[in-house]
Write a protein that binds this ligand. Sequence first.
Ligand code: SF4
Ligand code: SF4
Length: 472
Amino acid sequence: MKYDMHSMKAEEFINDEEIKETVAYANAHKNDLALVDEILEKARKRKGISHRDASVLLACDDEEKVKEIYDLAEQIKKDFYGNRIVLFAPLYLSNYCVNGCLYCPYHLKNKHIPRKKLSQEEVAKEVIALQDMGHKRLAIEAGEDPVNNPIEYILDCIKTIYSIKHKNGAIRRVNVNIAATTVENYTKLKDAGIGTYILFQETYNKENYEVLHPTGPKHDYAYHTEAMDRAMEGGIDDVGIGVLFGLDNYAYEFAGLLMHAEHLEAVHGVGPHTISVPRVKPADDIDPGDFDNSLSDDMFCKIAACIRIAVPYTGMIISTRETPEVREKIIRLGVSQISGGSRTSVGGYAEKERPHDTEQFDVSDNRTLDEVVNWLMRAGYIPSFCTACYREGRTGDRFMELCKSGQIQNCCHPNALMTLKEFLIDYASEDTKRIGEEVIEREIGTIPKEKVREVVKERLVKIAEGERDFRF
Ligand code: SF4
Ligand code: SF4
């Protein structure tokens, strides 16, 4: 198999030999400071760099250069995403699953956990609970099970989610994280009005992939790896990729991840909308120590910084798997979206106490959404509940064009302030409200266009009077 980023064959666009050569090249050149400087110079143009160049940066351990890498990642983050952080929550629909993934408690052979699938009434209850927290953007999750979770079930759930309007609440964007499926099913998801289709590769190393997925349809590496091509063929413009760090060597995964992004850009003219960086976490029947590729917090942060530099236009997502300390550091280096107030069990939001019996993984950040919003603002960020782009038809290449021209900033910033204002009025505690009003006051002044500033001021008044859902 030869490396070819334009190929539609998994083993050619994620080519094992190319990845191994890349990792070897990166190790051989990691302290070639002239080369590192040359790559950093390229990266400063903010047009992204190749998987090879990015791998050299990741391997580099010269203290001064590593600092330059971090500084550049932070600067790119500021230039493209400002100080905004978009918030979302996962919603677990069903933990029935026919696969045998060794790192996930939902694997078929796990008989300790109760199996549960939400009825439409239960979905509605979860959505009301999420709306009452203040969420506007969800990522739905379900195991792979053609009998219990067929595509019709997922579509019904999406319809229910969009239909619930509780008090001033509404879920305005549903992202979908379900198993690899057919072009036809992707078209159905597109027609149901989903935002991003998310599918983690777990690991790009085929040999290891097959060991980690010993049974079930997910065992098929090519079918899984080529899923994003089918999704795009089915009409989905925005796709989200990711690996589960800890399953294989991080340098291998990093190169694979960027090769996947390069492939999507080369073939479909638009790279991934988001990249997620989850790490293996403890859960029922799962001990992360069983996977000997766990990586330190420092290396995890460096990976995030190098992703930020390599693909500046791609959003980066981190979940509540990480502690607040790691989240704080990594947000600065490039993350643009985080989950908040998450419950990773089926039916978890409608329960008063956080249930653990059907959890997919241990949540390390147990704060409420209000606490996360409060913390973000104290750290200098603007929490955003914006969902404007896909609702305005700004998806795929239209979105990327706006991003690359820098024009998207004129939408993100005012939208963040207006959605934050909604949150403060409808859901925030007194303390969060107080800080939030100060943040809005301060940040209005930073909107560059006077006309936009005036419109935002008018709309903020209207929001205070009860109107909702303004957007640019
Ligand atoms: S990772 Fe997904 S496919 Fe694998 S066992 Fe868990 S729910 Fe099923
Ligand atoms: S305007 Fe678009 S890119 Fe910006 S925060 Fe909103 S949805 Fe995201």
